[in-house]
Design a protein around this ligand. Structure first.
Ligand SMILES: [Zn+2]
Length: 498
C-alpha cells in the first residue's frame, strides 16, 4: 500500500473511514495490533528454526488450491459464497486451521464438508480460537485429520455487504494486515501461496465490469454475468484482486505497453485514464529494464480512483494516479518477491519507497547507531507491518545502496533478488544473507540492530511525515451516486477513519 499525500486529497480521511467501516463490519477480529507488540518477540534472531515451527503450529495447513464461487446480489447487498480449499497438513500437525473472519460470527457459514462428508454446524465443524501474538482469530477444525494425505474443505456461506453503491471488490489493507479472509477461507500470511480460482457472478440485468488478478475471462453462463478469475499460479492470498462495478459507471482502456497487456478502468466522470496510461508508458519499460521481465504473464489491471491511496495486488492495483507508479513497482516487490511473514514485509515498502523516491527527505542513510524493533516488535504470526518501513526503511535501503556503490548498483542487487527469489517467500535475515552472498558485505549485525533490537530508538531521527497510510477510496463521483439515488455518505456514517 502506498501512502497518500494529504495536501492533495482532503477527503482521504473520510474515505478511509468509509472503507474501514466496511472492513470492520466484515471482520470479527479485535483491533489490529500495531504499532507493535513489544513484549514477547524481542531479540528473537536467529531463531528462524523456532519461527518455522511457530508458523507450522499456528497455521497448521499448506493450501494448494482455493476455488471460490462468489455470487453477488446487488439488490440484496449480499454475496453467496461457496469455497473449496485443498490442503495438506504441515509437519507435525493433525488438526487443521483456516482464516475466515466472517465465519467467526454465528450463522454465516451454512455448510461445512470435510473430505466429502457434511459436519453439523458449528460444534462438529470448527471453533474460532485466539492466536498468541496475533490480533486475528482463526477457525480450528473440530477434528484431527490424517497428516499423510491431502484434504478438501467445502464451505458455503453468505456475506452481507455494507450497501450503498452497488460494487463488490477486494479491500485488502496490508498495513493492518486484513486480507481476503474477509471474503473466502484462506490463510492470511504472506508465505502461504496457493492457486486461486474465483468464479465471480453478478445476479441481475445491470451489466457489470470485472477486473482482477491473473487471467480473467467472461464465461458463457446463461444464468449469471459470470467471470472466471484464475491466478494460474500459487500466489499469496492477500494479493488477489477483483473489482465488480456497473459497466455504465466506468470507462476502460485496454492495450499493451512494452508488450505488457494493460487494462485501466475508472469511474465515468472520475479520474482521467489517459494521463495515468501515459505515465505507465515510461514507468513500465523503466522497471522492466531495471528489475526484469514483468512478473505477471497476464499483465496489469488498474482501477483508478480519485481519493485515498493505493493497494497493490498480483497483476493489479486499485490506486489514485498519485500512488500508481508506487503500486505498480510493488508488482516486483510484494506481489512476486514476497516476505515470509507480515512483519518481514517492511522490505517491500522500503524498497518501493526507495525506488520511486516516495519520500525524498528519507533518501539519506540511516544514522549510525540506529536501533529498532521494526521486525522483532511483533510476532511472526501477527498481521500487518511496522509503519517505520516507509521512513527509516527507505533510509536503510539507501544505506545499503551506498555500501554497494550507488543507486544503479542497488537496483542491480534488487534485480538479482527478484530473479532468484520471486514466489519463494523470504524473511528479513534471509535478505541480509542475499546481500552478503551478492556483495561480500556482511550486514547481519546491522540488520539485527536495525530490525531486531529492543526499541532503543535514537532521538535524532527525522520526524515521520504526518500523512496517513490510506486505502484507496472507491466512492464514485457525485453524478454516479445521484444516478443510483445515493448521496455521498455523511460524516456520521463514515466513522473516524483512524
Ligand atoms: Zn507501498
Amino acid at each position: 500500500m502506498s501512502r497518500i499525500f494529504p495536501w492533495k486529497d482532503s477527503g482521504a480521511w473520510r474515505a478511509a473511514g468509509l472503507l474501514l467501516l466496511g472492513v470492520l463490519w466484515f471482520s470479527c477480529s479485535p483491533a489490529p495490533d500495531f504499532p507493535s507488540r513489544g513484549e514477547a518477540w524481542e531479540n528473537d534472531v536467529p531463531a528462524y528454526g523456532d519461527e518455522q515451527r511457530l508458523l507450522d503450529e499456528t497455521f497448521r495447513i499448506d493450501i494448494s488450491e482455493i476455488d471460490v464461487t462468489l455470487t453477488y446480489r446487488p439488490q440484496e447487498a449480499a454475496v453467496d459464497g461457496r469455497a473449496r480449499v485443498r490442503f495438506r497438513m504441515r509437519p507435525g500437525q493433525r488438526r487443521p486451521r483456516i482464516h475466515f473472519d466472517p465465519g467467526c460470527r454465528p450463522g454465516v457459514i451454512s455448510e461445512w464438508r470435510l473430505d466429502g462428508a457434511a459436519r453439523e454446524l458449528p460444534d462438529a465443524a470448527f471453533r474460532a480460537v485466539e492466536v498468541v501474538g496475533s490480533a486475528q482469530r482463526i477457525l480450528e477444525f473440530a477434528e484431527e485429520v490424517d497428516p499423510a494425505v491431502a484434504h478438501e474443505l467445502v464451505m458455503a456461506y453468505r456475506l452481507e455487504l455494507p450497501g450503498g453503491y452497488p460494487r463488490f471488490t477486494t479491500a485488502v489493507h496490508d498495513i493492518k494486515g486484513s486480507g481476503n479472509e474477509e471474503l473466502f477461507p484462506t490463510l492470511n500470511t504472506p508465505h502461504e501461496l496457493a492457486r486461486h480460482r474465483l468464479t465471480l457472478r453478478v445476479v441481475g440485468d445491470v451489466p457489470y465490469r470485472c477486473l482482477g488478478s491473473g487471467h480473467v475471462a467472461r464465461t458463457n453462463s446463461a444464468a449469471y454475468q459470470e467471470w472466471l478469475l484464475d491466478s494460474e499460479r500459487e500466489v499469496a492470498s492477500y494479493t488477489v484482486m477483483f473489482v465488480l462495478l456497473p459497466e455504465a459507471d466506468t470507462v476502460l482502456r485496454e492495450g499493451a505497453i512494452a508488450g505488457i497487456p494493460v487494462r485501466m478502468a475508472a469511474f465515468r466522470g472520475g479520474v482521467a485514464v489517459d494521463p495515468a496510461w501515459a505515465e505507465l508508458e515510461s514507468w513500465l519499460p523503466q522497471m522492466v529494464a531495471d528489475i526484469g521481465p514483468f512478473p505477471m504473464p497476464r499483465g496489469l489491471s488498474v482501477f483508478l480512483v480519485s481519493g485515498g491511496g493505493g493497494m497493490e495486488y498480483f497483476g493489479g492495483t486499485i490506486s489514485t494516479p498519485d500512488a500508481l507508479s508506487h503500486e505498480v513497482f510493488h508488482m516486483y516487490c510484494a506481489c512476486s518477491a514476497v516476505g515470509r511473514t507480515y512483519r518481514d514485509t517492511w522490505w517491500d515498502e522500503a524498497v518501493t519507497c526507495w525506488y520511486d523516491r516516495t519520500y525524498p527527505d528519507y533518501m539519506v542513510p540511516i544514522e549510525a547507531g540506529f536501533r529498532s524493533n521494526m521486525v522483532s516488535g511483533r510476532s511472526p504470526v501477527a498481521v500487518g507491518f511496522d509503519r517505520r518501513a516507509y521512513y527509516q526503511g527507505t533510509q536503510i535501503i539507501e544505506t545499503l545502496a551506498r555500501r554497494l556503490g550507488g543507486r544503479q548498483e542497488m537496483i542491480a542487487f534488487l534485480s538479482d533478488v527478484h530473479r532468484r527469489h520471486a514466489f519463494a517467500p523470504f524473511g528479513t535475515m534471509d535478505l541480509a544473507e542475499f546481500f552478503r552472498l551478492y556483495s561480500g558485505i556482511d550486514v547481519h549485525s546491522d540488520f539485527q540492530d536495525w530490525f531486531f533490537s529492543a526499541g532503543a530508538v535514537s532521538a535524532a531521527l527525522p520526524p515521520a511525515p504526518s500523512a496517513l497510510e490510506s486505502p484507496p477510496d472507491l466512492t464514485p463521483p457525485e453524478e454516479i451516486l445521484r444516478a443510483h439515488g445515493l448521496k455521498r455518505p455523511s460524516a456520521a456514517v463514515r466513522g473516524d477513519g483512524s
